[in-house]
Design a binder for this molecule. Structure first.
Ligand code: AMP
Ligand code: ZN
Length: 132
Protein backbone atom coordinates (compact mmCIF):
# COMPACT_ATOMS: atom_id res chain seq x y z
CA UNK A 1 0.00 0.00 0.00
CA UNK A 2 1.46 3.40 -0.90
CA UNK A 3 1.78 6.14 1.72
CA UNK A 4 -0.89 8.12 -0.09
CA UNK A 5 -3.35 5.21 -0.02
CA UNK A 6 -2.54 4.52 3.61
CA UNK A 7 -3.10 8.18 4.49
CA UNK A 8 -6.42 8.15 2.65
CA UNK A 9 -7.52 5.04 4.46
CA UNK A 10 -6.62 6.55 7.83
CA UNK A 11 -8.33 9.85 7.05
CA UNK A 12 -11.50 7.94 6.17
CA UNK A 13 -11.51 6.81 9.80
CA UNK A 14 -11.68 10.46 10.83
CA UNK A 15 -8.12 11.26 11.87
CA UNK A 16 -4.88 11.88 10.03
CA UNK A 17 -1.98 9.44 10.09
CA UNK A 18 0.22 12.10 11.66
CA UNK A 19 -0.29 15.70 12.62
CA UNK A 20 2.86 17.70 11.99
CA UNK A 21 1.74 20.28 14.57
CA UNK A 22 1.37 17.60 17.24
CA UNK A 23 4.23 17.22 19.73
CA UNK A 24 3.72 13.48 20.25
CA UNK A 25 3.39 12.78 16.49
CA UNK A 26 6.72 14.54 16.09
CA UNK A 27 8.25 12.39 18.83
CA UNK A 28 6.79 9.29 17.13
CA UNK A 29 8.34 10.38 13.81
CA UNK A 30 11.72 10.94 15.49
CA UNK A 31 11.65 14.69 14.79
CA UNK A 32 11.80 15.59 18.49
CA UNK A 33 14.03 13.59 20.84
CA UNK A 34 12.55 11.64 23.72
CA UNK A 35 13.82 9.19 26.29
CA UNK A 36 12.39 6.11 24.58
CA UNK A 37 11.60 3.08 26.69
CA UNK A 38 9.85 0.81 24.17
CA UNK A 39 8.83 1.03 20.56
CA UNK A 40 6.81 -1.18 18.23
CA UNK A 41 5.11 -0.50 14.89
CA UNK A 42 1.93 0.76 16.58
CA UNK A 43 2.87 1.93 20.06
CA UNK A 44 5.68 3.98 21.60
CA UNK A 45 6.68 4.52 25.24
CA UNK A 46 8.94 7.30 26.53
CA UNK A 47 9.69 8.97 29.86
CA UNK A 48 7.70 12.03 30.84
CA UNK A 49 9.81 15.17 30.63
CA UNK A 50 8.35 16.40 33.95
CA UNK A 51 7.99 13.22 35.99
CA UNK A 52 5.41 13.18 38.80
CA UNK A 53 6.71 9.93 40.31
CA UNK A 54 10.01 7.98 40.29
CA UNK A 55 8.62 6.09 37.28
CA UNK A 56 6.54 8.22 34.93
CA UNK A 57 6.23 6.84 31.40
CA UNK A 58 3.88 7.90 28.62
CA UNK A 59 2.55 5.22 26.27
CA UNK A 60 1.10 6.50 22.99
CA UNK A 61 -0.28 5.15 19.73
CA UNK A 62 1.94 6.20 16.82
CA UNK A 63 -1.19 7.18 14.94
CA UNK A 64 -2.66 10.57 15.80
CA UNK A 65 -5.84 10.39 17.86
CA UNK A 66 -6.42 13.67 19.70
CA UNK A 67 -8.27 12.32 22.72
CA UNK A 68 -10.01 9.18 23.96
CA UNK A 69 -13.22 11.15 23.31
CA UNK A 70 -12.51 10.71 19.59
CA UNK A 71 -11.86 6.99 19.68
CA UNK A 72 -14.01 4.53 17.79
CA UNK A 73 -14.66 0.79 17.91
CA UNK A 74 -11.77 0.34 15.48
CA UNK A 75 -9.33 1.73 18.06
CA UNK A 76 -10.16 -0.91 20.70
CA UNK A 77 -7.27 -3.22 19.83
CA UNK A 78 -4.80 -0.32 19.75
CA UNK A 79 -5.91 0.94 23.17
CA UNK A 80 -5.60 -2.60 24.53
CA UNK A 81 -2.00 -2.61 23.32
CA UNK A 82 -1.30 0.59 25.28
CA UNK A 83 -2.45 -1.05 28.52
CA UNK A 84 -0.56 -4.29 27.84
CA UNK A 85 2.66 -2.39 27.14
CA UNK A 86 2.13 -0.34 30.31
CA UNK A 87 1.77 -3.38 32.57
CA UNK A 88 4.85 -4.99 30.97
CA UNK A 89 6.80 -1.79 31.62
CA UNK A 90 5.53 -1.68 35.22
CA UNK A 91 7.08 -5.11 35.73
CA UNK A 92 10.34 -4.10 34.03
CA UNK A 93 10.55 -0.92 36.12
CA UNK A 94 10.10 -2.94 39.31
CA UNK A 95 6.95 -1.09 40.38
CA UNK A 96 4.56 -3.97 39.84
CA UNK A 97 4.78 -5.52 43.33
CA UNK A 98 4.18 -2.20 45.12
CA UNK A 99 1.48 -1.04 42.75
CA UNK A 100 1.19 1.65 40.15
CA UNK A 101 -1.33 3.93 38.51
CA UNK A 102 -2.41 4.31 34.87
CA UNK A 103 -4.06 7.61 33.96
CA UNK A 104 -5.68 8.96 30.81
CA UNK A 105 -6.65 12.63 30.94
CA UNK A 106 -9.46 13.45 28.51
CA UNK A 107 -10.10 17.13 27.88
CA UNK A 108 -9.01 20.32 29.58
CA UNK A 109 -10.99 19.86 32.84
CA UNK A 110 -9.09 16.61 33.37
CA UNK A 111 -5.79 18.39 32.74
CA UNK A 112 -5.07 17.10 29.24
CA UNK A 113 -2.40 19.37 27.77
CA UNK A 114 -1.14 17.30 24.83
CA UNK A 115 -3.93 16.38 22.44
CA UNK A 116 -2.56 13.06 21.24
CA UNK A 117 -3.86 10.09 23.23
CA UNK A 118 -1.43 8.97 25.92
CA UNK A 119 -1.53 6.64 28.88
CA UNK A 120 0.46 7.77 31.92
CA UNK A 121 2.19 5.00 33.88
CA UNK A 122 3.14 6.27 37.36
CA UNK A 123 4.74 4.39 40.21
CA UNK A 124 7.53 4.12 42.73
CA UNK A 125 5.79 6.12 45.47
CA UNK A 126 2.56 6.00 47.44
CA UNK A 127 -0.34 7.92 45.90
CA UNK A 128 -3.48 9.51 47.27
CA UNK A 129 -7.05 9.30 46.14
CA UNK A 130 -8.93 11.18 44.81
CA UNK A 131 -6.43 12.79 42.44
CA UNK A 132 -6.28 16.58 42.40
P1 AMP B 1 -1.51 15.45 29.88
O1 AMP B 1 -1.56 16.55 30.90
O2 AMP B 1 -2.26 14.23 30.30
O3 AMP B 1 -1.88 15.93 28.49
O4 AMP B 1 0.00 14.98 29.85
C1 AMP B 1 0.97 15.49 28.99
C2 AMP B 1 2.30 15.06 29.56
O5 AMP B 1 3.28 15.22 28.54
C3 AMP B 1 2.76 15.87 30.75
O6 AMP B 1 2.95 15.01 31.87
C4 AMP B 1 4.08 16.50 30.28
O7 AMP B 1 5.05 16.57 31.29
C5 AMP B 1 4.49 15.56 29.17
N1 AMP B 1 5.34 16.13 28.14
C6 AMP B 1 5.20 17.32 27.52
N2 AMP B 1 6.16 17.48 26.60
C7 AMP B 1 6.94 16.37 26.64
C8 AMP B 1 8.09 15.94 25.93
N3 AMP B 1 8.68 16.69 24.99
N4 AMP B 1 8.62 14.73 26.23
C9 AMP B 1 8.06 13.97 27.19
N5 AMP B 1 6.96 14.31 27.89
C10 AMP B 1 6.40 15.50 27.62
ZN1 ZN C 1 -0.35 13.43 17.31
Amino acid sequence: MTDRLLATKESEKGYPLADTDCLFCRIAMGEIPADLVRSDPEVLAFRDINPQAPTHILIIPRRHIASVSEMTEGDAHLMGKLFLMAKDLAREEGISPGGYRMVVNAGSDAGQTVFHVHLHLLGGRGMGWPPG
